[in-house]
Ligand binder design. Structure first.
Ligand code: ZN
Length: 117
């Protein structure tokens, strides 16, 4: 029998952990990535666990070093329902993710608006 986990979200709403995602954000607020809150039957119950899974490279030492570095840099994680992820985060991820540390929103401001004469 499978154990069901209930997540209490920041919004106060309750949801089955199976219907939740961990969303990771860059320090500027851009979504960086998303991960199921249950992976192969393993619940990602807290932020520490989620960070370790998200940055897992197969080696405990380098994974922990990466987690420490990224958190220090200001990367954050938030647990939310899959429904909210699809409505709010997924469209923002389609705009573009950070490439080589460049924020797609800052790039956008450099693109000239309107007609060039
Ligand atoms: Zn950004």
């Amino acid at each position: 029998m499978e154990i069901q986990f209930t997540a209490v979200l920041d919004s106060g709403e309750k949801a089955s952990l199976r219907d939740c995602e961990w969303v990771f954000y860059e320090p500027c607020g851009c979504p960086r990535g998303v991960m199921s809150a249950v992976i192969l039957g393993q619940p990602m119950l807290d932020e520490d666990t989620a960070f370790r899974e998200f940055f897992d490279d197969g080696y405990k030492r380098t994974t922990l070093a990466m987690v420490k570095r990224e958190r220090k840099r200001g990367v954050t994680a938030e647990l939310m329902t899959t429904e909210r992820y699809r409505a709010e985060i997924s469209p923002a991820m389609r705009v573009g993710l950070h490439k080589d540390g460049v924020c797609p929103r800052s790039v956008e401001t450099l693109v000239p608006k309107g007609d060039l004469l």
